[in-house]
Design a protein around this ligand. Structure first.
Ligand code: CO
Length: 144
């Protein structure tokens, strides 16, 4: 593997009031949200803004015991994770495991919009939760 990441795919921002944040980011970016998705298994709702080549993901909690609720209670909202685009999530996970970095996932799972995603522990990246994001699963070998 030459370089670990293709690009920054998006930044994830945890918010207390998702509708208010969507309004604020619509004003801030000058674009309407591209995608909104509720993931009941995780107790979250995610709204994606597309800004040029980049994306901003707003994350709200739909349950008191969700990871986002936890994060909001501890850190009060703000930057939640940075997501890097990778060619192949499984290959990346194997690469980072070989470097001895702490992984939160050992294999990819389905994220929003059919993407394959996996997370590295914040200790791997200066205290910031790190998402690996493979935009087009068809582009690489399927690992499911
Ligand atoms: Co994300």
């Amino acid at each position: 593997m030459d370089r670990a990441f293709e690009k920054i795919d998006h930044v994830g921002i945890a918010v207390r009031d998702l509708d208010a944040a969507v309004e604020a980011y619509t004003r801030l970016t000058g674009v309407e949200p591209a995608h909104r998705q509720r993931v009941d298994s995780d107790g979250i709702e995610a709204v994606m803004f597309e800004v040029g080549e980049s994306r901003i993901e707003l994350l709200g909690s739909t349950r008191d015991d969700s990871k986002i609720a936890n994060f909001l209670a501890k850190r009060g909202g703000g930057l939640h994770h940075v997501a890097y685009g990778v060619h192949d999530v499984q290959e990346s996970l194997d690469h980072f495991a070989a470097l001895g970095l702490e992984l939160l996932d050992t294999c990819p799972r389905r994220g929003a919009a059919g993407r394959l995603v996996a997370f590295l522990h914040p200790s791997a990246a200066g205290g910031v939760l790190t998402e690996l994001c493979q935009p087009d699963p068809q582009a690489a070998g399927a690992h499911e």
